[in-house]
Write a protein that binds this ligand. Structure first.
Ligand code: NAD
Length: 290
């Protein structure tokens, strides 16, 4: 019988941990506060931001929103971003992406303090994923995948894992997180030759490619764990993942739905990272180290 992995359950579990940590912060007179920074009005960014604001506020955290027009100059934006970064009342920053072409991501990342980087986008935090340093903030989507696997007690040690997708925000850091758990990882991209061959012997398949029905029955071995990170929309406007869910679900031992899978966990992971970020900033010496 296939287990349908429930993102809402995992998020609720993580929320309990967050609430306990918040009680400790509050007893020290600290209330975590996050700044959302968005340039332009992309509808995907707005919906993601609104969902995240709702989640943080529901958990009892403070939020601030900074919106800039699409044509804001790099000088004006970077000056304001520096101010937000240096504001001691703000413990975490979520920068909505993509940025317009004239605002260099590299410059923005350089300004952001590692301890405020709740979506783990800075090279310093990604480097800590590589070295498996626990004192880090990691990108929230790969972290959501790990939370899901941990909640369902899926041990990765010695397992063959295929990650489909190799972006810097999802596929690559996720592959490293899996390697840190002693899995044998194959990471695929758009140019991978014979995706079926890379997937069909995998104990765990994670797809983060952004392609409808990319993972079908032929890719999945009997009893495999299938995690679908993809978010795509059909012509009729229905949200679907990368996996042909109906074709695969009876073959898999565990599978995530879309919606209701990984996407249901990511904003709670961000809130968890804010708690962690706030904790770090109680130590002024640590905080000064960028
Ligand atoms: P991206 O476009 O930056 O990267 C996609 C990666 O997949 C690339 O490495 C590309 O080479 C690979 N790829 C694309 N088509 C492929 C194919 N046919 N075969 C093999 N590899 C292929 O995207 P991203 O930002 O990494 O996001 C990936 C997907 O995950 C998207 O659908 C995105 O919407 C979704 N996403 C979901 C969440 C969530 O919370 N569930 C969060 C972030 C991204």
């Amino acid at each position: 019988m296939t287990v349908i992995m429930d993102g809402k359950k995992v998020a609720a579990h993580l929320s309990e941990e967050i609430k306990q940590a918040l009680e400790v912060s509050e007893s020290h007179g600290i209330k975590p506060k996050v700044a959302f920074v968005r340039i332009g009005d992309l509808s995907d960014s707005i919906s993601y931001e609104n969902a995240a604001v709702k989640r943080f506020e529901k958990l009892g955290m403070d939020t601030a929103q900074y919106h800039f027009p699409e044509d804001v100059s790099a000088k004006v934006f970077l000056t304001k971003f520096r101010e937000i970064n240096e504001d001691y009342s703000i413990h975490g920053i979520l920068l909505l992406q993509p940025l317009p072409k004239h605002i260099p991501m590299k410059r923005v990342a350089e300004i952001m303090n590692s301890f405020k980087d709740i979506d783990g986008m800075k090279a310093s935090n990604l480097g800590k994923v590589l070295t498996n340093d626990s004192d880090r903030l990691e990108p929230c989507t790969p972290a959501a995948v790990m939370n899901m696997l941990d909640f369902y007690e899926i041990d990765l040690k010695g397992k063959n894992v295929t990650v489909v997708g190799a972006s810097a925000v999802v596929g690559k850091p996720l592959s490293l997180l899996m390697m840190n758990r002693d899995a044998t990882v194959t990471t695929c991209n758009l140019y991978t030759d014979s995706l079926v061959d890379k997937c069909k012997d995998a104990d765990v398949i994670v797809s983060a490619a952004g392609a409808i029905n990319l993972i079908d029955e032929e890719h999945v071995k009997e009893g495999a764990v299938v995690v679908d990170v993809g978010i795509n929309f059909t012509e009729e406007g229905k949200m679907v993942g990368d996996v042909n869910y109906e074709a695969v679900k009876d073959k898999a031992s565990y599978i995530t739905p879309v919606p209701g899978g990984i996407g249901a966990i990511t904003t709670t992971v961000l809130a968890y990272h804010l708690v962690k970020a706030t904790e770090h900033q109680k130590e002024p010496v640590l905080f000064l180290e960028k």
